[in-house]
Design a protein around this ligand. Sequence first.
Ligand SMILES: Nc1ncnc2c1ncn2[C@@H]1O[C@H](COP(=O)(O)OP(=O)(O)OP(=O)(O)O)[C@@H](O)[C@H]1O
Ligand SMILES: [Mg+2]
Length: 253
Amino acid sequence: MEAETVLETKNALKDFEGFVAIRDVSIDLKQGEKHAIIGPNGAGKTTLFNLITGHLEMDGGTVHFEGHDITGTAPHKIVKLGLARSFQRINIYPRMSVFENVQVALIARDGRSFHMFTLGYNLNRGETDELLQLVGLHDAADEIAGELAYGKQKQLELAISLASHPRVLLLDEPTAGMSPAETVEAMELIKEITEARGLTLLFTEHDMGVVFGIADRISVLHHGELIFSGAPDHVREDPEVRRVYLGEDHGAA
Ligand SMILES: Nc1ncnc2c1ncn2[C@@H]1O[C@H](COP(=O)(O)OP(=O)(O)OP(=O)(O)O)[C@@H](O)[C@H]1O
Ligand SMILES: [Mg+2]
């Protein structure tokens, strides 16, 4: 039996004042799959993420999450529904400790407000510890987030994304700026967490070794259009993908 569709865009369109960054993109995510979106710089990957998570307004088309139409829904509401994301650029509180960054995410999830004085050390302590353990940052709990090595800041972002108890996780270049070794390690961790928690994952990544090592399905964007979506084994053989993505425009064949 085919897995249930948990996230779906239909004919998504984004027009930046005449520049169409996303054109007619219909993409779906099956429960539990690890789905990669690849494509050259500027292909529209981040824009598509922003449309899905409500950070950008759609100029056409719809987004459905677990059967509900979430087109035009505010980002914080979408997170509450169970769809979390990370950003291509680091998005943490650099002056707070690692522990506090995760704690604040949990407090926000529970709908409590926080400020200097409500950030009690014991609030959500157990769950904060658990999340830090999960991403391998337990030993760094008291360090200042902004002073962590880049790879560790990305791990912290992952813990923050997981704080909202998502069922679907969107990761925009979770390994951007990492060394090849860090990249492999980070993606292994993401794979493990995704599988252990039964999450559905949509991610972008430039390292093809990582993409092919992890993805169950690969979608290819090119100039804002979806030119392929299917099994990793098939993507390499697809003539259009080869032409536009693998740089075989001038192939003699
Ligand atoms: N706010 C904006 N206004 C105008 N153009 C934009 C805006 N955001 C993105 N673009 C353009 O849309 C296109 C797609 O950008 P996007 O960031 O989605 O690409 P990407 O596939 O994520 O690239 P990368 O691999 O470099 O992260 C680019 O040409 C970009 O310049
Ligand atoms: Mg991007």
